[in-house]
Design a protein around this ligand. Structure first.
Ligand SMILES: *Cc1c(COP(=O)(O)O)cnc(C)c1O
Length: 466
């Protein structure tokens, strides 16, 4: 399978090139040249498969030619063995036709483990095959950093350096990064804020001369195609568990960078009968404004109780725009240039109405989010994390047919966000799951560094282990 850029400016690339490059050279995002599609009968024949086998069926066509079947199976098994639920992604019923898909049984208790466990093992395999070593560098304000670190802990060809703002991430989130043991794992606490971290990462990608000649930087941020691909699987999984494809289902997804819900859109395009894809946003509501009022404009960042969705612009939305504009790369390039210059973008009527056929959206502020958490545990006894609460509420608000199951994606375990749970009046802090109960006793390892590019780069060059 070949991949093309949403801006139409690069020749088709292989899977391997796309995974290692992250962003396309013309500034666009990679998408498959064409998608594998399946009939209802073919999808129905996957019912009852265990998660890993389904993952293999769904992902194999996307990696064809790059990773042999046996190797892909091994990578999938290695990725999901670390999950603490036998079903990997269990479904829980919370009401009549209301379901929650628990995606938080991975090592860092958030759905990002589905993609980053897989990406770590995949990258390690691709590098091994090429006889290369690589360096992952990233900035985090919380979830992504820990999931990326966990994904790399057993990779012998990768060093990972994650910068977090010193004293500005929650203790649970910091400890999930800094207690992971491995001499290829490097945590940097930067004396600065998240933007400072991100600026140093960007500057380093721009000039990689500080690394030895045989190393280069790899990005594992949410635009990496392999992350999206790994997330398609659980949409099939959930639908098959509830009678799909013979029966339609809908999904409600708490959304930040539009990666997770875009995977659901791809599942639908591959043939899975999906009635609605509901976008839930917090106060950082660019997607909700776009869909409801054709106002895709950049606003100031608002810090919310659902911090993993605090974004100004949804980076993966460009992938949907590409389809909404009939895969016209030149049109997307113009649109994105205008957006960069003016900070706003409005969709053509035809594109907007296409989007509204499948997508609906709802926005929840912090107060409403807390109210949803309270309402849910008092009526069903189920404790939601603040991100999931936004998805659940959006699903309820936007659903057009109560006979169709609404599956809300639970993207984090409530123990990761005790502040919101406390505000909801829950009588105790939600306990960490058994395997993490000793998180606060584990030894931490991190280096506090000045907000200075030369200092950070010298530290990285001196500490490569792989
Ligand atoms: C990253 C994250 C999201 C948003 O996912 P996107 O793919 O960026 O839309 C939602 N919830 C949690 C807990 C996350 O960590």
């Amino acid at each position: 399978m070949k991949y093309i850029s949403t801006r139409g400016g690069v020749a088709p690339q292989s899977f391997e090139q796309v995974v290692l490059a992250g962003l396309a050279a013309d500034g666009g995002l990679f998408v498959p040249e064409s998608l594998p599609t399946y009939s209802e009968a073919e999808i129905a024949s996957w019912a009852g498969l265990p998660y890993n086998e389904l993952a293999f069926r769904v992902m194999a066509p996307f990696v064809a030619g790059a990773v042999p079947d046996e190797e892909l199976r091994r990578i999938i098994d290695a990725s999901y063995v670390a999950f603490r639920h036998r079903a990997v992604a269990p479904l829980v019923q919370t009401g009549h036709n209301d379901w929650v898909l628990e995606l938080f049984h991975g090592p860092t208790l958030a759905f990002k483990d589905f993609a980053l466990q897989f990406l770590g093992h995949l990258l390690d395999h691709l590098l091994e095959k090429r006889g290369q070593k690589a360096v992952i560098m990233g900035a985090t304000s919380g979830d992504t950093g820990s999931a990326a670190i966990e994904g790399c802990r057993r990779c012998s060809n990768i060093d990972i350096f994650i910068l977090h703002p010193h004293n500005r991430v929650s203790e649970v989130q910091r400890r999930q990064m800094t207690t992971v043991v491995g001499n290829n794992i490097h945590n940097i606490a930067l004396k600065g804020n998240f933007d400072d971290c991100q600026n140093l990462v960007k500057a380093s990608f721009g000039s990689q001369g500080f690394l030895p000649e045989d190393r280069s930087l790899v990005a594992v941020n949410s635009i990496n195609w392999a992350r999206i691909m790994a997330q398609i699987v659980y949409y099939f999984w959930a639908a098959l568990s509830l009678g799909g494809p013979l029966r339609k289902v809908s999904f409600a997804v708490p959304t930040g960078n539009f990666g997770d819900i875009f995977a659901g859109y791809l599942a639908h395009k591959m043939g899975l009968p999906v009635d609605q894809l509901v976008i839930g946003t917090n106060a950082n509501d660019i997607l909700h404004r776009c869909l409801s009022a054709n106002d895709h404009s950049r606003h100031e960042l608002i810090h919310s109780l659902s911090p993993s969705m605090d974004i100004m612009v949804s980076s993966n939305f460009e992938r949907l725009l590409f389809d909404l504009y009939d895969r016209d790369g030149a049109a997307i390039a113009t649109l994105m240039d205008d957006f960069r210059a003016s900070g706003k973008l409005s969709l053509a009527d035809k594109a907007l109405s296409k989007a509204r056929g499948l997508f609906a959206s709802h926005r929840l502020g912090d107060e409403e989010t807390v109210a949803v958490i309270r309402e849910e545990y008092t009526t069903s006894g189920y404790l939601l994390d603040p991100h999931t609460a936004i998805g659940v509420a959006a699903g309820r608000r936007c659903r057009r047919d109560p006979a169709i199951p609404m599956i809300a994606l639970a993207t984090a375990h409530p123990a990761k966000f005790p502040e919101a749970v406390r505000q909801a009046g829950y009588p105790q802090d939600p306990p960490l799951p058994h395997h993490m109960a000793d998180l606060f006793e584990r030894r931490e390892r991190f280096e506090v560094l000045d907000n200075d590019l030369a200092v950070v780069q010298a530290f990285m060059a001196a500490n490569l282990s792989a």
